[in-house]
Design a protein. Structure first.
Length: 170
């Protein structure tokens, strides 16, 4: 897998990112939506996220397969001055057709390497309860540091915990 951290955010690349996000969501991925969603739904959320990346406020990590196809990504989100020594990791996704190849593990290990090279002292992320995602991140060294019971309402009667996880890097 080849990674890129400072891509030229061309319109074509933005479309690839939206396509990946759309496919991950509609395959059941927990990346800010509940399936089914439309391209317009995703594009509306992706636009401000990509603008923050283009401005240099946030950073993106893209993963490409051996054929040069975008198959994985995540975003490092800057909070504010008092949290400048760590980042929040958002929108972690791997293309549904490449699941089971270890790309998620490779993506997260690369994220850790990037974070260390940037001098960040920790990575924070949240996961949607009920999917077992916290076990994946725990195996990578993330610790559960909090839980917001029922904070995510996927549908009437389907409230999920939001699980807060932290990876110290120093």
């Amino acid at each position: 897998m080849r990674f890129e951290t400072e891509p030229n955010l061309t319109e074509s690349l933005k479309e690839e990112i939206v396509d990946l996000w759309l496919q991950v969501t509609n395959a059941g991925g927990a990346v800010g939506f509940v399936a089914p969603v439309t391209r317009d739904d995703v594009a509306a959320v992706a636009a401000p996220a990509l603008a923050r990346i283009a401005s240099g406020e946030d950073q993106i990590l893209l993963g490409y397969d051996e054929d040069g196809q975008l198959v994985a990504m995540l975003i490092f989100v800057y909070g504010f001055k008092l949290t400048a020594h760590w980042r929040t990791v958002k929108r972690v996704m791997v293309h549904p057709q490449t699941q089971g190849r270890g790309y998620g593990l490779l993506l997260m290990r690369e994220a850790e390497d990037v974070a260390r090279s940037m001098g960040w002292e920790g990575l924070f992320l949240t996961v949607r309860g009920g999917l077992g995602l916290e076990r994946f991140y725990a195996a990578l060294g993330y610790k559960e540091v909090g839980r917001l019971p029922g904070a995510l309402r996927l549908a009437p009667g389907d409230d999920r915990d939001e699980i807060l996880m932290w990876l110290p890097l120093s």
